[in-house]
Design a binder for this molecule. Structure first.
Ligand code: NDP
Length: 262
C-alpha cells in the first residue's frame, strides 16, 4: 500500500475560523491538523484531557495559524453557547463547525442502564445539537451566510457491526444515537437552509483511535476482514471529505451523510 499522505490537501481556508469538538485527539485532532494546514484558525473543544492545550499549541506552531483549546462539556447547552461566543470574539468570526465529540458504551443490551443511555445520548445527540445550535445562533445573529457544519456520525448509523460467529458488537445506544444524528442532520439542514447554513455528516468506518484501541485482536481482525480495503482507517483519512464539506466547493451539498468506510 502506498503511504497515506497526512498533508497537502489543496484547500485554501485562510480567513476561516473553525470549531472542532473533540479536536484534541483521534479523528478530531486529524481534522484540526488538516484545517490548520489549510490556513484556518481552529478552536478545539475538549472535555478533560490534560494535554489538550499543548496539542493546540503544537498544531498552531507547526502550521503558523492560531489554534486554541477550550474546555467545555458539549452536553451543557449554556456552557456551549458561552464558549462559542468566546471563541467567536477571540479567534472568530466562526465560519465552520465540526461536531465530532462522541462516546460509546459496549455491553449487552440486557445489561444496559439509564446511566449508559445518558452517557451516550448526552454527548452523541444532545452534544451535537448543542454545538450545532450555538454555531447557528452565531451565524443568524450576525447575519453571516455560508456557514457549514459537519457532524461526525458513524457507519453504525446504518449498520449493526458483528464481531464474529454472528455476534453483534453490543453497542445499541451508540448505534441508535448515530441513527438519531442522521435524522438531526436532515432536519437541521432543512430548517437552516433559509440562513444559507449547510449541515452534513461524515460517517467513518473503523478508525484507529482511542475508541477502538481496546478492541480484542481477534475482533479487530474480524472487523478489518469485513472491510473491502482490508484495514481500519487512519484518523487523517477522515479529513478530505470533512474539509470538502466545510469548503465553498460543497455549496450545493446539504442534509447528506457521506460514508468514509473503506
Ligand atoms: P476519541 O475517543 O479518540 O476522542 C473523543 C473526543 O471527544 C475527545 O477529544 C474527547 O475529549 C471528546 N469528548 C468526549 N466527550 C465530550 C464531551 N462531553 N464534551 C466535549 N468533548 C468530549 O474518539 P474518536 O476520534 O475515535 O471518534 C470521534 C468521533 O468519530 C466520535 O463521534 C465517534 O463516535 C466517531 N466515530 C469513530 C469511529 C472509530 O472507529 N474511532 C468510527 C465511527 C465514528 P477529551 O480528550 O477531553 O476526553
Amino acid at each position: 500500500m502506498p503511504p497515506i499522505p497526512k498533508r497537502g490537501l489543496n484547500f485554501d481556508f485562510s480567513g476561516k475560523s473553525i470549531i472542532v469538538t473533540g479536536g484534541n485527539r483521534g479523528i478530531g485532532r486529524a481534522i484540526t491538523e488538516a484545517c490548520a494546514g489549510a490556513g484556518a484558525r481552529v478552536a478545539i473543544i475538549y472535555r478533560g484531557s490534560k494535554d489538550a492545550v499543548d496539542v493546540a499549541k503544537q498544531i498552531s506552531k507547526e502550521n503558523g495559524v492560531e489554534v486554541k483549546a477550550y474546555q467545555c462539556d458539549v452536553s451543557d447547552a449554556q456552557l456551549v453557547q458561552q464558549t462559542f461566543k468566546q471563541i467567536n470574539d477571540e479567534i472568530g468570526p466562526v465560519t465552520g463547525l465540526v461536531a465530532n465529540a462522541g462516546v460509546s458504551v459496549v455491553k449487552p443490551a440486557l445489561e444496559m442502564t439509564k446511566e449508559d443511555f445518558d452517557k451516550v445520548y448526552t454527548v452523541n445527540v444532545l452534544g451535537v445539537f448543542n454545538a450545532a445550535q450555538a454555531a447557528a445562533r452565531l451565524w443568524v445573529d450576525s447575519k453571516y451566510q455560508g456557514g457549514s457544519m459537519v457532524i461526525v456520525s458513524s457507519m453504525s448509523s446504518q449498520i449493526i457491526n458483528r464481531v464474529g460467529q454472528g455476534k453483534p458488537l453490543n453497542q445499541v445506544f451508540y448505534n441508535s444515537s448515530k441513527a438519531a444524528v442522521s435524522s438531526l442532520v436532515k432536519g437541521l439542514a432543512a430548517e437552516w437552509a433559509q440562513y444559507d447554513i449547510r449541515v452534513n455528516a461524515v460517517c467513518p468506518g473503523y478508525v484507529d483511535t482511542d475508541q477502538t484501541s481496546g478492541m480484542e485482536q481477534s475482533v479487530r481482525e474480524h472487523q478489518a476482514g469485513g472491510v473491502p480495503l482490508g484495514r481500519f482507517a487512519q484518523p487523517h483519512e477522515m479529513a478530505p471529505q470533512t474539509l470538502l464539506l466545510l469548503s465553498e466547493h460543497a455549496s450545493y451539498m446539504t442534509g447528506q451523510e457521506y460514508f468514509v468506510d473503506g
